[in-house]
Design a protein around this ligand. Sequence first.
Ligand SMILES: Nc1nc2c(c(=O)[nH]1)N[C@H]1C(S)=C(S)[C@@H](COP(=O)(O)OP(=O)(O)OC[C@H]3O[C@@H](n4cnc5c(=O)[nH]c(N)nc54)[C@H](O)[C@@H]3O)O[C@H]1N2
Ligand SMILES: Nc1nc2c(c(=O)[nH]1)N[C@H]1C(S)=C(S)[C@@H](COP(=O)(O)OP(=O)(O)OC[C@H]3O[C@@H](n4cnc5c(=O)[nH]c(N)nc54)[C@H](O)[C@@H]3O)O[C@H]1N2
Ligand code: SF4
Ligand SMILES: [Mo]
Length: 724
Amino acid sequence: MTLSTAPAAPPGPAASAPTHCPYCALQCAMTLTSTPHGATPVTVAGRAFPTNRGGLCKKGWTSAELLAAPGRLTTPLVREDGELRPATWEEALGRIVVTLVGIRREDGPDAVGVFGGGGLTNEKAYLLGKFARLALGTSRIDYNGRFCMSSAAAAGTRAFGVDRGLPFPVSDLDDADTILLLGSNVAATMPPLLSHLAGARAVGGLVVVDPRRSQTAELTADGAGLHLQPAPGTDLVLLLGLTHLVLAEGLADLPYLEARTSGFDAVRRSVAAWWPERVQAHTGVPVALLREVARRLARGRGTYILTGRGVEQHVDGTDTATAAINLALVLGLPGRPSSGYGTLTGQGNGQGGREHGQKCDQLPGYRKIADPAHRAAVAAVWGVDPKILPGPGVPAVELLGMMGAAGGIRALLVHGANVVVSGPDAGAIRAGLAALDLLVVCDFVLSETAALADVVLPVTQWAEEEGTMTNLEGRIIRRRRAIDPPAGVRSELDVLADLARRLDAPSTWPTDPAAVFDELARASAGGIADYSGLSHAVLDAQAGDGVAAHWPYPAGSTGTPRLFGERFGHDDGLARLVAVAARTAPHGIDAGEPFAPHAPGRLTLTTGRLLEHYQSGAQTRRVPELNAAQPRARAELHPATAARLGIVDGDRIRIRSSRGAVEVDARLTDGIRMDTVFLPFHFADEQCANLLTDAAVDPISAMPEFKRTAVIVTAITDGAEVAA
Ligand SMILES: Nc1nc2c(c(=O)[nH]1)N[C@H]1C(S)=C(S)[C@@H](COP(=O)(O)OP(=O)(O)OC[C@H]3O[C@@H](n4cnc5c(=O)[nH]c(N)nc54)[C@H](O)[C@@H]3O)O[C@H]1N2
Ligand SMILES: Nc1nc2c(c(=O)[nH]1)N[C@H]1C(S)=C(S)[C@@H](COP(=O)(O)OP(=O)(O)OC[C@H]3O[C@@H](n4cnc5c(=O)[nH]c(N)nc54)[C@H](O)[C@@H]3O)O[C@H]1N2
Ligand code: SF4
Ligand SMILES: [Mo]
């Protein structure tokens, strides 16, 4: 194995590189042109591609500013006397290795944890999973996709036997006349996707389910569609009620259910008691609207049901996504031309990031780490004895909860996540991070999590590296290098390989992204997410920049744009309807004083996104234009609620939950339910929404409850809190 301490000699930077946006899962195509003497090193232009059709959102247009943003990390940092100071790579890596070896000797390999991210390229996600299992020997790896796609993934796997967010190309939506969009605000989170909803809007068929009149719900105005405004966390009841109506009105597709599914009888029984008046009482959605939606869905000549985080980030998120799938199956949508069910994957590589082995129970190719045949297949590619592979680890929230605990983890390596802002119950996460013997963060900016680290390693970003990403349609695309990284920065593949060598790891540790991809492709062969027919060269040679490369893509294939046309992924080829039940008794957030439903100032907090910021804001708060547009967290409150609490627009307010408190500005809007308050989670410190959220998780997916927290809202005047 040969390794250098600096990145391999770079190919000369292309004057212009066809690549994709650094942010979300739509992975809009763009061309970067290097302008070596400008203040911003590259300029960005939208590029024709089936997903974005040349369009970009504000984050995409301004993405290159981050390449030259002040505060870009270019040297490793180590903590000394409580402060981070610059260090050489040799010192930083040496310190990591000495500490890890000591912890491993004292407490075993599971005392070291790894936390990955859905923004990592396929190559990095793959190598990180391999690094955890072979170089550290730990089972304890998981990633921020647990906070994102886990409920939808669990539901999709359970129903279809395959978890690919959209089992069809986004452009199929163009032909739809009816789209039910549950808990997704695409107008803010994936603006170029709106062009694919235009057909449905034109015929009045866009149905948006959101407790807020989001920018997407606004698109239903003037006859373009319908907006259902349920109380946060009541979507499961809503979906049971819609399925009840479809059955009661004789609108189910019985021949499809008979030919292509199993489990229908149990689902029929499970929705029997959810008559519309009862659903209205639980959700607040009027009976007439429920009936109209059920009929519209059944009569549509091209009907799609799509879910987003609004319905998935709940303690019953898997069951809610399952109820959405059941509704789709009862209507006969999945696997049919011009109709279907899908979930809108979020992070840039949210799809690929959940396929290559950074999930705690997983090996590459979407394989199971507990399955002996899967272990043997991957161990053969790695050239190791399957016995040395650890077993399943624990999911993200549990992993973070183990920091500093007896039998827990003493060191954590973070790659591509800003957990102290974006994890639930962020106050507890901060305390956990402080209790570690060693926190290592790889990043290109000093995120809030990096600022707490013992060692910070500066890595290449997006336009400085080669790789692949898998977008929300399961389409594998190429990320291309447009400029040289700044001196002093190393690629994450190089960092992992160097650490592996210092830790005397078995196997080989390639650092060239194309070579890592080739190994990933081999390791995925025969798995659910099979990439074995692909390579960087194949992707580069494809017309239109990898346009057709949807997985599964086994050797000799031309890819799979549409899944489920003939059969679903289970051995019997059938889709499974799974009966799910809604909880009706008060639970979790409603239980107990002082947060009981009628306590003064008591509202339900839900959280989400703004167009201008991405996730924890670590990147977008450093882009001047984006930060100027949204400099602070503002809590959306209904004017009637605000009046009752003595709050006027722009007031400073305090929001507290059983976990913590934040201080933010009030923004009054009649687009939100009177019982609900909305906070974006892009901000840090006293504005961090996750100081309020709870670490309770879905029992199946381990998704935390980000979208429903009991809070008390009070005005603050002259620094003093006003009693409600
Ligand atoms: N601008 C921007 N775009 C992004 C991102 C970003 O951070 N910023 N992140 C990317 C990522 S990783 C993801 S996962 C996607 C997420 O994309 P979305 O799922 O669109 O994002 P959210 O804003 O989290 O939630 C969507 C909507 O759910 C609503 N909601 C809240 N609670 C409930 C509820 O109980 N029921 C229902 N039905 N709706 C509810 C919120 O009001 C919100 O309008 O966006 C991606 N794109
Ligand atoms: N309250 C609330 N909380 C939420 C959500 C919500 O809706 N409400 N949504 C959840 C969801 S869906 C998600 S996806 C998570 C995301 O939450 P985070 O994990 O915090 O996501 P990011 O802000 O994208 O953090 C990525 C970090 O990695 C860095 N980074 C980017 N690319 C790379 C790379 O290639 N290598 C390395 N080493 N670093 C990189 C970035 O600079 C940034 O610091 O937040 C979750 N948290
Ligand atoms: S929609 Fe997503 S991928 Fe497209 S430009 Fe915006 S952030 Fe980038
Ligand atoms: Mo996400």
